[in-house]
Design a protein around this ligand. Structure first.
Ligand code: IVH
Length: 677
């Protein structure tokens, strides 16, 4: 049943009004009041109504143009070729429908060059005009046909090349891309604005757009803006040196334009869907900038021409596969603290439950007291909360405009909430910790860490089960796990015979893990995966490590003083000695297999390391590569064997890509050295 026409007409009018208002807030004020998703859904509903009933379309309908009219104070710039918007797909079926439509137009021609998939950077779209390789104009998108000229502002963005790095530049091109603000810099900017009593930016995208449209480029220059390029347009009579989108991106890199490194070439839509899944579930959480989807493009540029646009607004040859939104607003009901496995006390936020991307969020991490202070978070505040992939939700910051005056500042308790021991603060550290090794708070978190995937990897031993085992008195420390018997588990709630046996089998298997896993699992302060590997390789048995002095431990390459002292004091403790004897009696392996550590897996390799690696410091990574016979140098050249790139990798990554040098991540590096990532 479709609604009567009058009802549809009224609905279309209402949608137009709301979309116009949202456009104004977004493009002119840089202060959106609704989420992107709400906007997309309204836009789509309006387009569908107008599509089914063209008589209801008004000449000023927002569906007929892209974005908002350019604002008056800045000079106007007419784009050589219009800057298009993108149609959205909210799920894989909508992607498949898109491909079906393409196939109806060009049969199987896409199969030859496939697709490219790129991250959809959540920033402000800009167009950079280069004449004979020199930047002459930079502008915002505006309404797609006419943008605002912000050349002096764009010149201050350090990623934007003032001259293309080529001897043979095209006579005239417009390079399109996105100006964005990295998360960490955005947070710092907002902190500074709070201190200066200036209004904070709602999100990094608004901060980027607002910074770009300053009348004084001096202000833009102080804002931490970055740029990624993703498209090139030129007048018909200018020849460009590429035939596919993939080659276009490579050419941009050669010209010195930064291109987001996670792009991939996909032979089929199946590959695209797999890429989207990896990005949404894993990559997104690791990025230091916002993305709101993956842009899928038909790779062949000749096919792009053939497919053309829909009403001059959206190309047929590209689509944005959007992610579920990951930011929501809710109330901060209380701040409580949790005692971690190493005794570190971390505050966390108790939130009014809120749905973010399909999951209900009640808790969010707050890191430490300084973090709460820096953000000026108060109990009772309305806050913005972000949940990306599987990471613990984060509180981005308060919404000061919504304060009533009843909000309360928060202070760290002086005593441990679990065992009442006075908390201690270590020099130079932001956090406080409970020094009591037997603190029940430490016990639970310690066991959770012990059983976790990077440690002893005990399958089936979830957080809730560990809690249950502690509560029923069956387990007090890690060693107790290994003396459990199936018949003790079966009567417990949630266990059956099969699951009890499975857990016992998983525990049996865990006893054989190499020493490096066990060292990590013990939860010694400051000792993570990388340090545990170095220690296991050096000392070979747990007993030799336990007997070592801080001096001997500190002599291991890659192990500093703080770790050395922490390890010594961990083993120099009665509780630890008892635990180790119990583990030995239970039959847990205390040795490291020697084979994989022979130390020559990278013999002769010249390696460059850039960006922030997920688990290792630059020094640790260097030590590891060198311990395997590799040689670490600072700059990329033709003789580089491979580049290890982490987060925020910059010019070295671009150079490696331009030279065709292999680029790998930390996990692959560990794999090549015969270690588990
Ligand atoms: S292609 C016709 N590629 O998303 C092709 N756009 O919602 C249009 N965006 O206006 C641009 N990352 O501001 C393209 N890798 C990417 C992108 C991207 C972000 C933005 C761009 C565009 C908007 C469309």
């Amino acid at each position: 049943m479709t609604a009567p026409l009058a009802e549809l007409a009224a609905r279309a009018n209402e949608l137009r009004r709301q979309i116009r208002r949202a456009n104004y807030q977004y493009y002119v004020l840089d202060q959106p009041e609704i989420s992107d998703r709400e906007y997309d859904l309204m836009f789509r509903e309006l387009r569908d109504i107008e599509g089914a009933h063209p008589e209801l379309r008004t000449p000023d309908s927002p569906t007929l143009r892209v974005g908002a009219p350019p604002q008056s104070q800045l000079a106007k710039h007419e784009h050589l070729v219009p800057m298009l918007s993108l149609a959205n797909a909210f799920n894989d079926d909508e992607l498949r429908e898109w491909e079906e439509r393409l196939k109806r137009l060009v049969d199987d021609a896409i199969a030859r060059d496939g697709y490219t998939a790129e991250l959809k950077i959540d920033g402000a779209a800009v167009s950079l005009t280069y004449e004979n390789g020199v930047l002459v104009t930079g502008s915002t998108r505006g309404n797609g046909r006419i943008g605002e000229e912000v050349t002096p502002n764009l010149r201050t963005v350090r990623d934007v090349p003032l001259r293309l790095d080529t001897d043979d530049p095209p006579r005239l091109v417009e390079i399109r891309g996105e100006v964005y603000m990295p998360f960490d810099r955005f947070e710092r900017l907002n902190e500074a604005r709070v201190a200066a009593e200036e209004p904070v930016f709602a999100n990094p995208r608004n901060a980027a757009a607002g910074s770009l449209r300053q009348l004084d480029p001096g202000i833009t220059a102080q804002r931490p803006l970055r740029f990624f390029g993703y498209a090139v347009s030129a007048p018909r009579n200018v020849e460009l040196p590429f035939a596919t989108q993939w080659e276009l991106l490579d050419t941009l890199v050669q010209w010195g334009v930064p291109v987001e490194p996670h792009r991939t070439k996909c032979a089929s839509l199946g590959d695209v869907i797999a890429f989207v899944e990896t990005v949404e579930s894993r990559v997104r959480a690791e990025l230091n900038f916002g993305i709101d989807g993956v842009v899928v493009k038909v790779n062949s540029l000749a096919l792009e021409d053939e497919l053309g646009t829909i009403g001059g607004r959206e190309p047929r040859w590209a689509i944005a596969r959007k992610f579920a939104p990951d930011i929501a607003e809710t109330r901060l009901l209380a701040i409580e603290v949790n005692v971690g496995r190493t005794g570190v006390v971390t505050p966390f936020a108790m939130l009014e439950p809120v749905d973010i991307g399909g999951a209900v969020v009640r808790l969010a991490t707050l890191h430490n007291e300084d973090y709460i202070r820096a953000k000026d978070l108060r109990v009772g505040d309305w806050v913005q909360v972000k949940r990306a992939g599987e990471v613990i939700p984060q509180v981005i910051g308060p919404i000061p405009e919504r304060r009533t005056g009843d909000e309360k500042a928060w202070h760290m308790p002086k005593r441990c909430p679990r065992c009442n021991t006075p908390l201690e603060r270590e020099e130079e550290e932001a956090g406080v910790y409970c020094p009591n090794v037997a603190c029940p708070g430490r016990q639970l978190e310690g066991l959770v860490h012990f059983a976790s995937r990077g440690a002893m990897d005990i399958r089936g031993l979830s957080y809730a089960r560990i809690q249950q085992l502690i509560e029923t008195g069956l387990v007090r420390d890690a060693a107790d796990l290994f003396t459990l018997r199936a018949e003790q588990l079966v009567p417990l709630e949630g266990f059956g015979e099969k699951s009890a046996e499975n857990l016992i089998a998983a525990l049996e298997e865990a006893k054989t893990r190499p020493l490096s896993r066990l060292i990590n699992a013990l939860g010694i302060r400051h000792v993570g995966t990388a340090a545990a590997q170095l220690l296991a390789r050096q000392f070979c048995t747990l007993d030799d490590l336990a007997d070592a002095t801080a001096e001997q431990i500190g002599a291991v390459r890659g192990i500093g003083d703080i770790i050395a002292r922490s390890v010594e004091s961990y083993f120099d403790n009665h509780t630890t000695t008892k635990l180790i004897e119990k583990l030995r009696k239970a039959g847990v392996n205390f040795t490291e297999p020697r084979a994989a550590t022979a130390g020559s897996s990278l013999a002769g390799a010249t390696v460059v390391i850039t960006g922030t690696l997920p688990t290792m410091s630059r020094t640790e990574a260097t030590e590891l590569v060198e311990s395997q016979g590799g040689h670490v140098v600072n700059s990329v050249s033709k003789s580089t064997t491979f580049l290890v790139a982490g987060m925020d990798a910059g010019s070295k990554l671009a150079k490696a890509q331009a030279l065709g040098i292999e680029v790998i991540d930390e996990a692959e590096l560990l794999r090549r050295m015969g270690q588990q990532p």
